[in-house]
Write a protein that binds this ligand. Structure first.
Ligand code: P6P
Length: 332
């Protein structure tokens, strides 16, 4: 395949579909460059002073890893000066981060989980960065948290970087899902797959089985049928994968199909599942739908959910459409 850079792809996409105006192209290029820096920091491991805990807690009450804090700082600093953003929001920060007065404000809002899968950092398992782009509301003055509370269907772009054997960037602006591989020698993102599609059917499911006794009946029923395999209602055997890094699990599903589940359970109704709507579920739902898959909270399409809080959690069922439709039907 002729080498196509990220910039060339974005310029050609703008010519083709008029969906990537200059400010959005700058935003995507700046985020992609920040992901290169994060990949470099992650790759140092014990050779750089980047492993272990930062001895601080984030809004989620989780102990932050050093790389969580480093990745968050990289994304903030990369995006402050460009004039493309009005404000940012991050899993690692309680409140929104307005653009400092010394820089011009733009018309986009950027949300991100700077380093998802933190429990895998110190054991050298793939982790990633997830980001979501919204338009700032018309006539917005000083950005507030309320301005971010837009349904996932209003995203103008979404993507993730996965820091694994290869560092890859997966991106959608509403016209398919495209994948770029980092050429480390040149330090550039190279288009390696256009228009990725998730197989409609699958034999692979992803869930943390240790929570099984806490699940609600629809998930109990759906997963027990998967486990019964060819001896049960499904009439075929299934395989299981759980990397405990959403980015890595979603990337596998994008490439070969599968269904990813992080359901709510009976333990804490104030925390419906573990994943956050605004900067994990929504961007992944956008990508999965653009690749022909489906993404629900069991009942509703994730991208139809009207947010009420910046860090709200949501149950997640996403991936191969046949399986997401089935487990969602069991919730009716
Ligand atoms: P558990 C990582 O901490 C994360 O937010 C997602 O990336 C991942 O899918 C999930 O949590 C793993 O959760 O409960 O299996 O550790």
């Amino acid at each position: 395949m002729k080498r196509v850079s990220l910039t060339q792809y974005l310029v050609e996409e703008q010519r083709l579909n008029n969906t990537i105006p200059a400010e959005l192209r700058l935003l995507i290029e700046v985020v992609a460059r920040a992901c290169k820096s994060i990949s470099h920091a992650v790759g140092k491991g014990a050779l750089g002073d980047v492993l272990g805990s930062a001895d601080t807690e984030n809004i989620q009450g989780e102990v932050q890893k050093k790389l969580d804090v480093i990745s968050n700082e990289i994304l903030l600093q990369a995006n402050e000066w460009g004039g493309h953003l009005a404000a940012m929001a991050s899993e690692e920060m309680e409140s929104i981060h307005p653009i400092p007065n010394r820089y011009p404000m733009g018309e986009y809002l950027l949300l991100f989980d700077p380093l998802d899968g933190s429990s895998n950092i110190d054991v050298n398992v793939s982790i990633g960065t997830i980001f979501s782009v919204l338009k700032a509301p018309e006539g917005m003055g000083t950005p507030t948290e309320q301005d971010f509370l837009q349904a996932g269907a209003r995203q103008v772009a979404a993507g993730y970087a996965v820091y694994g054997p290869q560092t890859m960037l997966v991106l959608t602006t509403g016209h398919g899902v495209h994948c770029f591989t980092l050429d480390r020698e040149m330090g550039s993102w190279v288009l390696t797959e256009r228009d990725m599609k998730i197989p409609q059917a699958t034999k692979e499911f992803a869930i943390n089985m240790s929570n099984q006794r806490h699940w609600h009946p629809p998930v109990q029923r759906y997963v027990s049928e998967l486990l019964a395999g060819s001896t049960g209602a499904r009439g075929k055997d299934f395989n299981m994968r759980w990397i405990a890094s959403m980015v890595a699990d979603v990337h596998r599903i994008l490439n070969r199909g599968g269904v990813f589940m992080y359901p709510a359970d009976v333990r804490d109704t104030s925390k419906p599942g573990k994943l956050r709507l605004m900067y994990e579920a929504n961007p992944m739902a956008f990508i999965v739908e653009q690749a022909g898959g489906a993404a629900t909270d069991g009942v509703r399409r994730i991208m139809d959910i009207e947010p009420t809080q910046l860090h709200q959690r949501v149950p997640v069922f996403l991936g191969s459409k046949e399986e997401v439709d089935l487990v969602s039907r069991y919730h009716q």
